[in-house]
Design a protein around this ligand. Structure first.
Ligand SMILES: [Fe+2]
Length: 260
């Protein structure tokens, strides 16, 4: 695990940004957070491991994820959004997650005052979660079955205009980076994960940048796998490896963001 630092103009607080922990053991991540305590912790989703609800049907079995969220909430105000691996959560599951002390944002936003500055923090839920809530996909369908029937389910974006119009510095937690075209341009900072850095990374001699080989919902040679894009989207390479193949040239990362 490496530490990656970004400086953003206007960012009013030191933010620790977690993504794609997938029920991994929380000890190393939390030790890192304790060594450099942030004013705010955010997690853009995929804190659980299971894709199918059957693999993670009882929240009490997701001990690592719950311990991580509880520890984060005890250290600093913690805000999370819903990734595709949380697609099949029930209303009761959501309440159990909220009981850890985190603020779970499901296509909604809140305001938070820190050091005399107002933050407006929103969470755009994965389209897979929204499709499940709307009865368009079922918990018995595999990822490939859903892709075959629906392609990539779209997120619920109707609330984003109100979010962008609220007074303050806007931070949008958006698990899928490929949704970025739907985010109003006035949103100062959007944070994403999901791509796991593209799993294998290589140096592209043409663009003179590192890029990934494959990402879910973007396919081969994806464009959005890590780093900072257009000065307003930061993509985490994630903090675990739930895939059956190893990561290559692609350390997991914990990200800190602060004012320029
Ligand atoms: Fe994901």
């Amino acid at each position: 695990m490496t530490e990656t630092n970004y400086k953003m103009k206007g960012c009013p607080a030191l933010i620790a940004f977690l993504a794609d922990t997938h029920d991994t053991a929380p000890g190393p991540i939390f030790a890192f957070l304790r060594s450099r305590p942030p004013a705010l912790i955010v997690h853009t989703g995929d804190f659980l491991h299971g894709w199918k609800q059957q693999s993670c049907v009882h929240m009490e079995e997701c001990r690592n994820a719950m311990e991580l969220l509880r520890s984060c909430a005890e250290l600093a105000p913690t805000f999370i959004s819903i990734g595709n691996h949380e697609s099949y959560l029930s209303g009761n599951d959501i309440e159990i997650i909220r009981s850890t002390g985190v603020t779970l944002l499901d296509n909604s936003y809140v305001t938070q005052d820190i050091g005399g500055h107002r933050l407006v923090i929103g969470g755009l839920s994965s389209g897979y979660y929204t499709a499940f809530q709307q009865g368009k996909i079922s918990a018995s369908e595999s990822y490939s079955e859903i892709k075959r029937r629906h392609k990539t389910p779209m997120p619920e974006t109707g609330w984003l205009r109100d979010f962008a119009d609220a007074d303050g510095y806007h931070i949008l937690l958006m698990h899928h980076p490929e949704y970025i075209s739907k985010v109003p341009a006035s949103v100062e900072l959007t944070l994403s994960g999901h791509a796991h850095g593209g799993q294998w990374r290589f140096y592209d001699m043409h663009t003179k940048q590192w890029r990934g080989v494959y990402a879910p919902d973007q396919g081969l040679l994806p464009k959005l796998t890590g780093g900072i894009i257009d000065g307003r989207l930061i993509i985490s390479r994630g903090l675990s490896n739930p895939a059956l193949i190893p990561r290559l040239n692609n350390d997991t990362e914990i990200i800190y963001i602060e004012r320029c």
